[in-house]
Design a protein around this ligand. Sequence first.
Ligand code: DUC
Ligand code: ZN
Ligand code: ZN
Ligand code: ZN
Length: 486
Amino acid sequence: MSLLIKGGTVVTADQTMRADVYCADGRIAAVGEALDVPAGAEVVDAGGALVMPGGIDPHTHMQLPFMGTVTSEDFESGTAAALAGGTTSIIDFVIPDPQQPLMDAFRTWRGWAEKSVADYGFHVAVTWWDDSVHADMGRLVRDEGVNSFKHFMAYKGAIMAPDEVLVRSFERALELGAMPTVHAENGELVWTLQQKIKERGFTGPEGHPLSRPPEVEGEAANRAIRIAQVLGVPIYIVHVSCKESLEAITRARLEGQRVFGEVLAGHLVVDDSVYRHPDWDTAAAYVMSPPFRSKEHQAALWKGLQSGNLQTTATDHCCFCADQKRMGLGDFTKIPNGTAGVEDRMAVLWHHGVNAGRMTPNEFVAATSANAAKIFNIYPRKGAITPGADADLVVWDPKASRTISAKTHHQKIDFNIFEGMTVEGSAAVTVSAGEVVWKNGTLDVRTGRGRYVKRPNFSPMFEALGKLAARTAPMPVDRKLPTAAE
Ligand code: DUC
Ligand code: ZN
Ligand code: ZN
Ligand code: ZN
């Protein structure tokens, strides 16, 4: 099976060139002009449009059991929606219950994800600690292709990882050559503020952002970064939503620390006025954590992307329909947290990023695909257009205009946080593993065609960083601790 994409302009994170792309057996076989391809290859005429690496959304939650319900979007519908928007890979999250063995949770999620129609991988959350967690982290890295572990610093009484768990798990991640990641919000403060805000009579969605102010996020981001600094391990902060956490990241990077930051398409373009919407269902539909912020924070996040202090864009795609959100009628703390976006991230970023003059097309590819592939160690298999890479591509029509709406989206949710937004630029054709899966507004996918992508660990980089940390950490790490004899 082979495919030729001709007549397009290839745009990657580091170059732009007139070239055709020939794909065979699921991989890119050749890139160049006047390629010699076998007769019978399927041909897609890009018609002068751009040919880019398919998007990678490094933060989604399909079929997630959370806050007393399960997200409405499963792995099949969610990866299909992703393909319709030009995203060809996702990295989802295995979230074990406290005391649940990590391997047990991992196998459960692998089973749920079997029906995916696009490629996928998993971060695994460490929500508690004992020797079995230490051992299972090793199995996951060595045998199962997991190279990143997630820590929720919020959700007290459920999945919150206290400092002890962060320290143990970050140490173990360093030992294994895996990337620790955090949801940075101080869960103790969130819990306290939730009680105070309810006591003051706020019961609706407007109470949600009041209980999770930027300071709460900035404190947690800084704490996680400092823990990582002392231990000499890199760290990735998911969904950076405010100036406070961006500043913590920027400072640490200036000091030479390996800190990576992710920003959500939603946080870049939706502001906190949504929580004051007079209709309860509408306001509740935007309840996610961290919450949408004021325009001042949005402007800072764009600058974070432009400066390279934030490297990746994601969605935290986590769908709950109106009937599920209503579980929190009368108590905003019970509204299931989560919003959708996997289908629209690329178009929103293109329109508000490239069209608005905030980023170049090459920077767009870096922020939507290549950087995530590099940080999570699947580059250049993903995120690149080069012989040998997976044939995951999007033919991007920069002139195609559409208005985003829940009425027409493919996501399995009755609301779209970008409802009514007209964007110019969209996925005309999506190719996954060399197959045309989206064209002329139609999906063509088979249940289970997506593949689990194993991600190798980062030993060489981590060894170098360990040496660097031993020289530069402000407090001596293990190998530098003075011994009594010295
Ligand atoms: N935030 C959400 O809004 N949903 C899922 C988990 C999270 O951290
Ligand atoms: Zn150990
Ligand atoms: Zn989160
Ligand atoms: Zn999330």
